[in-house]
Write a protein that binds this ligand. Structure first.
Ligand SMILES: NC(=O)c1ccc[n+]([C@@H]2O[C@H](COP(=O)([O-])OP(=O)(O)OC[C@H]3O[C@@H](n4cnc5c(N)ncnc54)[C@H](O)[C@@H]3O)[C@@H](O)[C@H]2O)c1
Ligand SMILES: N[C@@H](CCO)C(=O)O
Length: 344
């Protein structure tokens, strides 16, 4: 059995979802895959930082957090390390980077990731900033250090959109990727069509753990645009930046707009697209009215859907969760399973 020591940076929705899965699926991961996941360090800006070389009991972490609102009273041999100290001193095999997404600089996550890779650690991240802004550089660094980077959770949470595209469909020649790439906005649009106000629907999406810490990223389409960039660059060999994406969000859509769509038997959806053309590419995120018969009309709540158009297989559509605590925590498990497979 192989034990992987994990250092988690950021103990919000995803960090807690991951911890719950590590607790609930411990025996399955050992029995089916021969891997034991040991959380040796948790570092969070507000909830505190703790380190134990023998690993923490995941249920204790979650119950302490529920009881106290933070991990500051959790019994630990060492407390108070910042992210840099955690990466340098924890001796972890895998850095799990789950801090806030910053789509302007990718910081501080990108610095955490460079530091971890330079230290010979594998990295799993659900943080979209480093992937949308710096992935070629990070991938090269990982290669030179003979370690792996997992990014499954950056698109469609734990629904394996990245691995399906990258591991299975790349050789089929992906020419276009299109779909619903943001859970928060799909949830809000659906709730509004059931009569909720925009503000209330957004609040619910935040409470359910779907929205970004700053939900402007969701509702103005930046989050979906980052996913368009990630998919275009990874799967279609493009060199997109966020500025290349013609972006529009949903914050201007009113209940009257929703009612108009309903009267036409249509639904508003925020649709992301990246397509290769003979003379270049196009990339966009915009709200569109789709008819009730359209395949994307039935995608409800925080569910996402992606259609990969390929030269050899035509269209392949993947539907599944696009956000959520456990749903995104599971993406880290997928990354670790792939890291394990590729390094043994
Ligand atoms: N929630 C989802 O459904 C989802 C899905 C896919 C990807 N993501 C991405 O995963 C990451 C985590 O999402 P979340 O929903 O858990 O966010 P969250 O806001 O609930 O939690 C983030 C945590 O990171 C901590 N943090 C921020 N900067 C830090 C730093 N420098 N050092 C240590 N801790 C720091 C914060 O205190 C917070 O507790 C984000 O980058 C988000 O974009 C989230
Ligand atoms: N805030 C994002 C999380 C998943 O990346 C969403 O709602 O889709």
């Amino acid at each position: 059995m192989k034990t992987y020591k994990l250092a988690i940076i950021g103990f919000g929705n995803v960090g807690q979802g991951l911890t719950k899965i590590i607790s609930d699926k411990k025996n399955l991961l050992i029995a089916k895959f021969g891997i034991n996941l040991s959380i040796v360090a948790v570092c969070d800006l507000y909830k505190g930082s703790i380190y134990n070389s023998n690993g923490f009991d995941p249920e204790t972490l979650l119950s302490d957090l529920e009881k106290n609102g933070d991990l500051k009273s959790t019994l630990a041999p060492i407390t108070g390390w910042n992210a840099t100290e955690t990466i340098d001193n924890s001796g972890a095999d895998i850095l799990v980077e789950l801090a806030f997404t910053d789509l302007q600089t990718g910081e501080p996550a990108v610095s955490h990731i460079r530091q971890a890779l330079n230290n010979g650690m594998h990295v799993s991240m659900t943080n979209k900033g480093p992937v949308a802004l710096h992935f070629p550089e990070l991938r090269k660094l990982a290669l030179s250090k003979n370690v792996q980077i997992g990014i499954e959770g950056t698109v469609m949470s734990g629904t394996p959109s990245i691995n399906l595209g990258n591991e299975m469909l790349l050789a089929a020649g992906i020419t276009k990727v299109q779909g619903i790439l943001n859970g928060t906005t799909n949830y809000i649009l659906g709730e509004m069509s059931s009569g909720s106000k925009y503000k209330d629907a957004l609040k619910q999406a935040q409470e359910l753990g779907y929205a970004e810490a700053d939900p402007t990223g969701d509702v103005e389409g930046y989050d979906a645009a980052a996913k368009v960039v990630i998919l275009g660059n990874l799967l279609m060999d493009l060199s997109l930046t966020l500025d290349d994406v013609d972006r529009q969000g949903i914050s201007h859509i009113t209940n009257a707009d929703i009612a108009d769509a309903t009267s036409l038997n249509k639904h508003w959806k925020l649709i992301g697209t990246v397509e290769k053309h003979s003379d270049g590419f196009s990339a966009s995120v915009k709200p569109e009215m789709v008819s009730s018969e359209h395949p994307l009309a039935s995608i409800k709540g925080a569910t996402n859907a992606i259609t990969y158009t390929t030269e050899l297989l035509g269209d392949i559509t993947l539907i599944g969760p696009g956000a959520g605590r456990l749903e995104t925590g599971y993406a880290v498990i997928e990354d670790i399973l792939l890291i394990h497979k590729k390094s043994t």
